[in-house]
Design a protein around this ligand. Structure first.
Ligand code: COA
Length: 166
């Protein structure tokens, strides 16, 4: 039997219930899921890479076949290093499709052994994004329902300049 390893990449700044939903479902399909936090996503992150890895690991402790790591270079190289054949991406709405389609084709061109599999977000998370969560938190709004209490505490600590507890 082939060991099916899948990589779920993203910036996760911060990690939301929408991301957790995708990981939960991927963990039921694949033998192992590696959540890969991108160091260079072209975004200016609120959380450091170490904070994001720690945050996600804490949220995924109940999923024994999920590990969390980070990567610096190309996603295809990281996947290859981890012996993964599949990249998982979540699709929230049609608007995600064009970007995801381009990424999936590029990654396949870079490594023809890698396939991208899309999981469609649950409708209750289809409007969610990390930027929206950050904006709400920065303005003192309630992020319950979007992120876990643990991630909400990280956000609150960031915006009040306190050091979060890892
Ligand atoms: N639920 C909630 N939100 C979701 C979501 C879901 N299921 N799926 C995506 N999102 C949100 C994210 O929170 C993020 O929100 P933001 O833009 O407000 O931060 C947005 O959708 C898209 O982010 P993400 O899925 O993290 O992708 P990304 O564009 O930040 O990162 C990488 C994409 C990291 C996978 C890609 O840039 C990459 O592979 N980089 C490595 C370098 C490389 O190999 N480049 C060539 C790639 S072709």
């Amino acid at each position: 039997m082939k060991l099916r390893i899948a990589v779920y990449p993203g910036s996760f700044d911060p990690f939301t219930y929408g991301h957790l939903d995708i990981i939960d479902r991927a963990a039921q399909i694949f033998d192992q899921v590696i959540v890969a936090v991108s160091v260079n996503s072209g975004k200016n992150p609120l959380f450091t890479i170490e904070e994001r890895v720690a945050m996600i690991a804490k949220e995924c402790t109940h999923l024994k076949n999920v590990e969390v790591d980070c990567f610096y270079g190309l996603l295809v190289d990281f996947a290859c290093q981890k012996k993964a054949r599949v990249i998982i991406r979540g699709l929230r709405a049609v608007s995600d499709f064009e970007y995801e389609f381009q990424m999936a084709l590029t990654n396949r061109k870079l490594n023809p052994n890698l396939d991208t599999i899309f999981l469609v977000s649950q409708p209750k998370y289809s409007f969610l994004s990390s930027s929206i969560v950050k904006e709400i938190a920065s303005l003192g709004g309630n992020v319950t329902g979007f992120v876990s209490p643990g991630v909400a505490a990280w956000l609150s600590a960031k915006f009040t300049n306190k050091k979060p507890e890892v």
